[in-house]
Each structure stands twice: as C-alpha cells, then as structure tokens.
Design a protein. Structure first.
Length: 261
C-alpha cells in the first residue's frame, strides 16, 4: 500500500499529464501511418512538459509496449527474410557504434547520422528503388549501418526506413516490418535505460496513461493508411527522414561552434 502514495507523489501535475497525453497521441498517429517516427515526434513534444532525462525513457517504454501490442498482427504481414538479416546486422553493428562513439565526439556522430540519412533521402527523392529485393548480404549491410547508428546516437531507424521505402514491398508490408524491427531495438534500449536507472517510478503514471493512447493513435494512423491504400506513406516517410537529417546537422554544427541548442 505504501507504493501508491509514492507513485502519486512522483507523478507530474494534471496539466502536465494532459500535455503528455496530447504529445503521445499525436506522435502515435505518425507511428501508425508510417511504422516509425514515434520517438522522433514524441521526444521534442514531450520536452515542452518534461525534462530531457525523462523524455527518451518515456518514449522508449511506450514504443516497447505498443510494439508488443502490434506484434500479433505485424508478424503476419511483415517480411521475415529481410528482418532476419537486418536484426543480425544491427546486433553486430550496435557495439561497433558504441566503440566508435567512445572514440568520436557526439557532434561527429550526429554528422555521421545526418550523412547516412541525407544520402538515403536524396536517393529516395530522386526516385531510387530496388527492382527486386536485395540479397541477404546487402540487407545485412543495411542492418549493420542501422546498428552503427544505434550505437552512435540511439537512432537505428534511418537506414532501415530508407531500405524498406526503396524495396518493391507494399507500404503495409514495409510498415509491419518496421514495427517488428523497432520492437527488437526498443528491447535493447529499454534494457540499457533500466540498467542506467533511468526508468524510475516517476514514469509509472505517464506510462500507464500513455499506453492506451499510443495503441489507439497507432490504430487510427494504420486505419488512415489502409483507407488511403498507402497514398502519402512514402512522402511522409521521406519528410521524416529529412527532418532527422536536418536536425542532426543543426545540432552537430551548433555543438562544433560551441553554441549547443
């Protein structure tokens, strides 16, 4: 019984909880439509009402819970052969990215992410597509790049998103594959955050409130994708990749100039 007063004492104020709920639902709509982008949208929005040390753990916890909810349906639609190679590459690449981060400054890491993301985005805008699905070795390299990005800046998404946008898979199948891939990476992130003590009691109530909202928002976003037969999926996904690239460049240049944002 003593745990209840402790939870209530650590909980944000009602107005803050409303702002958190709105941020989670808005980001969940994007996630449901594209299959990614929840943290990209949620972390800045949550930053208006929570300190940075709580924004990322909350986003990771919610994405993990939502991915578990999505798994029963996503596993029937996703492309398992490519996922196996991507996850294997990410497992190998993540510790390499961590090692690279230890040798390079964070601003250099952000520039590296921006180059990867920007290069993929330019190729997609110019209409690049794979005629057939890449072979296992090529897909493994994409997973390796995702792992490097994950280790460098906890951002495994850009290489994998660009990969699925360029394949002949349908938007629905690509989206489902991304959801399964991000479940795997969110498990790794959640373990790291828990080990670092960043998944504290103060997040219990925001997580409890956010779970039904991220699930509902994802369902609405998915329904919009199905209703539009995939129209707008590629354009919105490319826009999100552009946002990641531009944000990474701005942050990196700002840090290099000694004026962190």
């Amino acid at each position: 019984m003593e745990a209840v007063p402790a939870l209530l004492a650590a909980a944000p104020q009602p107005g803050t909880l409303v702002a958190i709920a709105a941020a989670v639902f808005a980001a969940a709509l994007i996630r449901g439509f594209t299959g990614f982008g929840f943290a990209l949208a949620a972390v800045p929005l949550l930053g208006f009402s929570l300190p940075p040390s709580q924004c990322v753990p909350l986003a990771v916890a919610l994405q993990f819970c939502a991915s578990l909810s999505d798994l029963p349906r996503a596993r029937r639609t996703c492309h398992w052969p490519s996922l196996g190679w991507l996850v294997a590459g990410a497992v190998v690449g993540s510790p390499l990215g961590v090692a690279a981060l230890a040798a390079a400054s964070p601003d250099v890491a952000r520039l590296g992410i921006a180059l990867i993301c920007g290069g993929g985005t330019i190729a997609l805008v110019r209409g690049f597509r794979f005629v057939v699905l890449p072979r296992g070795g090529a897909t493994l390299v994409v997973g390796l790049a995702a792992g490097l990005c994950n280790g460098l800046a906890a951002m495994p998404g850009p290489p994998v998103v660009a990969y699925y946008l360029a394949t002949p898979l349908s938007p629905q199948q690509g989206r489902a594959s991304l959801l399964v891939f991000f479940l795997a990476t969110s498990i790794a992130s959640a373990v790291s955050l828990a080990t670092a003590g960043l998944l504290g009691v103060s997040l219990a109530i925001p997580v409890a409130i956010g779970i039904p909202l991220i699930v509902a928002g994802s369902r609405v976003g998915e329904a919009l994708l199905q209703r539009g037969a995939g129209r707008g999926h590629r354009a919105l996904s490319i826009l999100l990749l552009c946002t990641v690239a531009i944000t990474s460049v701005v942050q990196a240049v700002s840090d290099l100039l000694g004026h962190p944002l």
